[in-house]
Design a protein around this ligand. Structure first.
Ligand code: CA
Length: 228
């Protein structure tokens, strides 16, 4: 699933340049010309990354970044600040507002895409397209291919996403609610038992290769993937 990037930038030419480059790099760009517009979009669905211009008409990017960080629903969205200010104290103010990274204008679109990829990898490793391999189990998100101890494994798209999430967050236990939020998004109401069903199917799909033993169930708490 391609990652969505919300671009908040009041200069139309820069907004379009960024959007086109992101589209070309395989992301889904969402365009906002002000904090107000951005807020409306965030309300509808959470983007995977926010690219936020500092100087905006109305509320500043800095203030919006602080607000995103203060809200439980939006606090973990990666934020990259865009700015024409190159001064060190501005950079510190940007990072203190909760931004994950900082790009000074003028920037090359290539550099921007690399920074987006880097924050996604840090904040949400399941959203990058790197191949993951754990103990004989290998998942390639680009080719949409899974092998377990050399054997090709077939599974449905939800099981694929679930496995991708667990493999990029190994050795941690996630509750059903956390898995629902991570995989179905925060605006979707799905019964928690749905998670059990997909875990069961995932184990079934992995059982032929012996990799099903990697999936851990902690009674009453949730599920995880053991890296050892
Ligand atoms: Ca601006």
């Amino acid at each position: 699933m391609p990652s969505s990037v919300l671009i908040v930038e009041d200069e139309a030419a820069i907004l379009e340049l960024i959007a086109i480059n992101l589209e070309y790099a395989g992301y889904v760009p969402l365009r906002a010309r002000s904090v107000e517009e951005a807020q409306g979009l965030v309300k509808g669905a959470l983007p995977d990354v926010v690219l936020l211009d500092w100087m905006l008409p109305g509320e500043s990017g800095l203030a919006f970044a602080r607000r995103l960080r203060a809200d439980q629903r939006t606090k973990s969205i990666p934020i990259i600040m865009l700015t024409a200010r190159a001064e060190e104290r501005d950079k510190i103010a940007g990072l203190e507002s909760g931004a994950d990274d900082y790009v000074t204008k003028p920037f090359s679109p290539k550099e921007l895409v690399a920074r987006i990829k880097a924050v996604l990898r840090r904040r949400a490793p399941e959203l990058t397209d790197d191949t993951v391999e754990i103990d004989g189990l290998r998942l390639d998100p680009v080719a949409h291919r899974i092998t377990g101890n050399g054997r090709e494994i077939e599974m449905g798209p939800t099981e694929f996403r679930l496995l991708h999430f667990l493999m990029t967050h190994p050795d941690r236990i996630y509750s059903r609610t956390q898995l629902l939020d991570a995989l179905w998004g925060d605006h979707v109401f799905v019964d928690e038992r749905t998670v059990d069903v997909h875990i069961r199917r995932l184990r079934q799909a992995l059982s032929g290769s012996g990799c099903d033993r990697l999936i851990a169930t902690v009674r009453g708490s949730g599920y995880g993937l053991r890296a050892r």
